[in-house]
Structures are given as C-alpha cells and as structure tokens.
Design a protein around this ligand. Structure first.
Ligand code: GLC
Length: 434
C-alpha cells in the first residue's frame, strides 16, 4: 500500500516537474527572441512630443517592441546641428529621425531607402512632398505632417473695432497699429499689433521668404539655381518688415521663435500672429486665455492682385542607416505616417496631414474645420530653395536669416542687407550648388 502510494506521489511529482520544465522552457523560448528597443527623435514644439509618444506607444503595444522617444531642440537650426553631429559619427542610438522638409538633400546619405518597406504608401501622400523627399531615386523619408505659414488674428478685437480681416500686408499693418493704439489708450498697455518669428534661425528664413515672395521678389534662388534675391521688391519687403519692429511688433521679436510668438499671442497681447497650424489647437485649449477668440487666414498678399505666399514647411520621418533594426524602424515609420495616426494628430493637435484624402475626412473637418481650407494653401505654398541648393541649403538659409536679421535690427539698411546676401549667395554658388 505504502509503496503504491509512494509511487503515485512520485508520479505526481514527476508530472509537476515536467510541467514546470515545460513552462520554463516555454518562457526561455520566448526570451530567446528578445524584443527590440528602438529610439525615435521627435519635435517638442507645442503638443508634438506627447502626440509622438502616444503614436510610438501604440506601435510598441501592437508589436511588443519598445520605443524610446528622444526630444529635440525647438529651433530647426539647432536641431539640424544636433542631428548632423549624431549622423556624422554614425551613432546607432537613434533609429528614426524626424526631419524638416528642407533636409532630405542635406542628410540623404545617412538614411535608408524606404521604398522596399512602403508597400506603395507613398502614392497616398501629396506627390510634391514625396518628390521633395526623393533624392537620386531614393525615398529618404515618409511625410509626417505638412506646414504652411498662417495669419492668426483676434476675431473679437477686429469686431470690436469694426475692422475686416486684412487681405494685404499694408491692411494688416494698418489694422494692427489702429487696434494696438486703441487698446493701449484703453489701459491695455502690453498690447502689440503683430508678432512673428524674427530670431536669426530657419523660422526667419520662412518669414523673409513670405514677405519677399508676396511682393513678387522670388525665393532668393530660383529653380535653376540662379540667385534672384537682388531685386527692388526684396528691398521693399525688408523695408516694410523693418518698419514693423518697435512700432507694431515688440523689439523682442528679434529673438522670438514659434513658441515665444505663440506665448505672446496666447496671453492676449497681440492682435495678429504669424505661425504654423499647430498653434490653432493650443490657442483653443481649455486653459487658453484666447480660446474661441481667434480667427485664422492665409497670409496677407503683397497687393490685391498678387497671390498669398506662405512658406511650405513640414516634417518627415527617416530611418538611420546606422540603426541596428532598420526593418522595424521602417515599420514604425509606416505606422506613424499612416492615415490612422495622421488623423489622430490632426484631430488632437491640428497637425496637417500629408494625405490629401484626409482633407475630406468628416471627423477631422468636424474637430478642426480650418484644415479643410488649408489644402489649397498647401498647394500654393512656396518652397524654400533647398532642393536646388542641395548640400549647401543650410548655408544659404543662415545667410538669409543673418542678413535679414541685421536689417530688422537696424544694423544694416534693407538695401545693404540684400546686397550682402546676394554677394554671399553668389560666392557660395561659384562652383555650382552641390
Ligand atoms: C516649422 C516648419 C519647418 C520650418 C520651421 C522653421 O517647424 O514645419 O519646415 O523649417 O518651422 O522654424
């Protein structure tokens, strides 16, 4: 009896041990295919970082891999310097880079071709952006969101003072001055007419391009690579902008980038603001003092018969050639740029999709009605001369921003600034743009 009992006990124990061994080996098998850990660098302007983290987390949950989100400086100029440092050293630490619309040519050699991974998804995006992101036949990055310069204005103040939304730059400046003066006279001493990005960085290049193009003065360098900035309309445009500083715009604009500009406008201290679409969602956030009081328009024209000229901006996602997980990184990029993710970002943060179909999406139009009007602004937007100036674009942009900044700050006259800029661009292009 005892023996039988002991035998049964032994058998039970053996089964238990076997089961345990199976369990352990099962776990071991799982552990043998370790999940990868990726890093994506995202912008952190406004709610960008949170939206990126949520997207990356959704991909991580779906695939079982993990993603670390690395935040980057707000200034596109500083961000580029950081990325160039990382990429020049072949650092594998970041798998996916969020790159500016003007960088594919500059950084192409550090990124993989995404065509083998896209399954034709590029056909669903604006063709012009795909073309912009294609360098020597290689699809360097997938479009993430598109930007156009916009004029935000205080609807309530324009109504109070009986002023229509301005169509031209002169009308805007006149309305800005009138409302600024009236508000100050009424005791609102901190009110300004207009705020824009005037710091010497990429954002000023965008503003300057918009002013010069609005007056019909071109885009510094034309599509054939010829320097065109040396023209009277460009001088006229800088003269106008110089006149704003210290009158309708605070001297502080000379040090403002996107978020400083938004800060002043959102605090209720400016009538007009030039900014990108992302500002819309934040201006209308629960805690915003100007919630519900803001209107948005295409940028004013140079004159009644010239088209509005917004700079084309926007961001893309690219996979580093030094990534240890290029296939997974490409999968993450396709997920982050998918219709579903772009829709979420448009609804929550007013980030403009790069997929034309989403401009007709009922949920997006319900949440952010102004996005519907933006498709035409995107189509008409002026590109910075990054494709034609290739690897030298950043030097071009630095020259534009520094010379324009000197004119705005009064260190040089508008004519001197344009002459100096033209001279610098000519020297740069002496051996052809490369
Ligand atoms: C926005 C645009 C980008 C531009 C930058 C300038 O982020 O999307 O293209 O270079 O502003 O500040």
């Amino acid at each position: 009896m005892n023996l039988k009992h002991a035998w049964r006990q032994h058998n039970r124990l053996r089964t238990c041990l076997l089961l345990l061994a199976l369990l352990i080996s099962g776990n071991a098998a799982q552990a043998a295919a370790p999940k990868a850990s990726l890093a994506i660098s995202c912008g952190a302007v406004g709610m960008e970082l949170r939206l990126c983290e949520e997207g990356a987390q959704a991909w991580a949950t779906k695939t079982g891999h993990s993603v670390r989100v690395v935040s980057t400086p707000n200034s596109a100029t500083e961000r580029l310097a950081l990325f160039q440092q990382f990429l020049a050293g072949g650092a594998p630490d970041i798998d996916v880079y969020q790159i500016d619309v003007i960088w594919p040519g500059l950084l192409a050699k550090h990124f993989i071709d995404l065509r083998p991974y896209s399954k034709g998804a590029e056909k669903e995006h604006f063709a012009a952006i795909i073309e912009n992101n294609t360098v020597d036949g290689k699809l360097v990055a997938m479009p993430f969101y598109v930007d156009v310069g916009l004029l935000f204005y205080r609807k309530d103040l324009l109504e109070r003072y009986g002023r229509p939304p301005p169509a031209t730059l002169d009308e805007m400046a006149a309305t800005a001055a009138a409302i600024q003066n009236a508000e100050r006279a009424a005791g609102n001493e901190r009110m300004w007419g207009y705020v824009f990005q005037g710091r010497a960085y990429e954002g000023l290049t965008c503003n300057a391009l918009e002013w010069v193009a609005a007056y019909g003065g071109g885009s510094f360098v034309d599509e054939q690579g010829r320097i065109t900035v040396d023209n009277p309309q460009a001088v006229q445009a800088l003269t106008m902008a110089r006149g704003w500083v210290g009158s309708i715009a605070p001297e502080g604009v000379l040090n403002y980038a996107e978020e400083e500009v938004r800060g002043v406008f959102q605090a209720g201290q400016a009538v007009f603001m030039r900014n990108w679409p992302y500002a819309w969602a934040l201006l209308n956030g629960d805690d915003s003092p100007v919630r519900g009081k803001v209107g948005v328009l295409a940028l004013p024209r140079g004159s009644a018969d010239t088209p509005p000229r917004s700079a084309l901006g926007g961001w893309q996602l690219a996979v580093s050639r030094y990534s240890r997980h290029p296939e997974l990184a490409a999968d993450l990029v396709m997920f982050m740029t998918s219709a579903e993710q772009q829709k979420r970002r448009a609804i929550e943060g007013a980030y403009n999709p790069t997929r034309p179909a989403l401009y007709q999406d009922a949920d997006i139009l319900h949440a952010q009605p102004f996005i519907g009007q933006l498709a035409s602004s995107v189509a008409q937007a002026v590109a910075r001369p990054s494709r034609v100036t290739k690897g030298q674009y950043n030097r071009v942009s630095v020259a534009v921003a520094n010379n324009v900044h000197a004119a705005l700050g009064g260190q040089s006259t508008p004519q001197e600034a344009i002459d100096k800029l033209a001279g610098e661009l000519k020297r740069m292009s002496r051996r052809g743009w490369h």
